[in-house]
Write a protein that binds this ligand. Structure first.
Ligand SMILES: C[S@@+](CC[C@H](N)C(=O)[O-])C[C@H]1O[C@@H](n2cnc3c(N)ncnc32)[C@H](O)[C@@H]1O
Length: 139
């Protein structure tokens, strides 16, 4: 659905011929190519997902000078499907450490936890925390 929506939006703009919308099960495959920017926003799911492996593949798919932006939930919104009080959200430095990347090739440019006012699907608003990690491939 999101992939079709992106493809349709792209077609309605004058950059449509530069946008490629693909569906991948990231456990099985990763889009081919070398990228300047890869974004992974809220890559959380109740299904099994080996996030570290997927994000490591993303870091390796950057070209030199490219960046990987990972934005994760850092708190539970009142409308979240997961209201487990014991749920712990790994901080951005922990996420980076889990990837086990060579620090001479990938450096952490940003690792912080800003707060923002979010709007839920029912229109309610609440203050939430995001965990933001920005990795830069320097070599
Ligand atoms: C919480 S949603 C976030 C969606 C979107 N990035 C956003 O910010 O609104 C988590 C996303 O992870 C994707 N996802 C989970 N497991 C995946 C997998 N194995 N391969 C590809 N995508 C996966 C789901 O399809 C879903 O779109």
């Amino acid at each position: 659905m999101a992939v079709e929506r992106l493809a349709s939006l792209a077609r309605s703009t004058d950059v449509g011929d530069r946008v490629v919308a693909l569906r991948h099960d990231l456990h099985e495959s990763f889009p081919r190519g070398r990228f300047d920017l890869i974004c992974a926003h809220y890559l959380h799911t109740p299904a099994h997902l080996d996030r570290a492996t997927v994000l490591r593949s993303a870091a390796h798919a950057l070209r030199q000078g490219g960046r990987l932006l990972v934005v994760d939930h850092g708190s539970t919104a009142p409308w979240s499907w997961n209201q487990d009080r014991d749920l712990r959200y790994p901080g951005p430095r922990e996420v980076a450490a889990d990837l086990g990347l060579d620090e001479t090739t990938w450096t952490v440019e940003r690792a912080d936890s800003p707060r923002r006012i979010a709007e839920g699907p029912d229109g309610r608003t609440a203050e939430v925390t995001d965990h933001v990690l920005l990795l830069h491939r320097t070599a």
